[in-house]
Design a protein around this ligand. Sequence first.
Ligand code: DCM
Length: 146
Amino acid sequence: MTDSTPHHGTGPGHGTGAVVVVAAALLDGGRLLAARRSAPEELAGRWELPGGKVEPGERPEDALVRELREELGVEAEPGERIPGEWPLKPGYVLKVWTARLLSGEPRPLEDHDALRWLARHELDTVDWLDQDRPAVAEAARRLPVA
Ligand code: DCM
């Protein structure tokens, strides 16, 4: 996505005036997928839950499916919304859903230069973006303890 212009409450789904960024806690085989950002410079090298901006008129769950297809080359199904929303840069807010892998093996096609499947005890081994940490902690509760 190259458009970084915030939309200000004109279309459906944008009633709050903030651009919604959706991200997935993609769960498979008792592990969570972490993706390392390759850009922009200030975020490169940090790890995130993969996702991206909801387009005007797009439903958040549809944006999630689209972003996972574009960025990782997989088909996934959104699950439950992880409660909460987290501010990003001004005019942007992050919302997170769990997601289940339907088909494909994630590859870093866009925006990322590494992927890792993390078991619960490994979640602290990557440098998560600050704004993703609460959702990662909540997602961890869906992973087996062992
Ligand atoms: N972002 C984030 N956490 C995520 C996904 C995205 O903080 N899990 C931020 C990074 C960008 C903005 O949202 O500032 C838009 O993301 P992208 O560049 O991937 O479209």
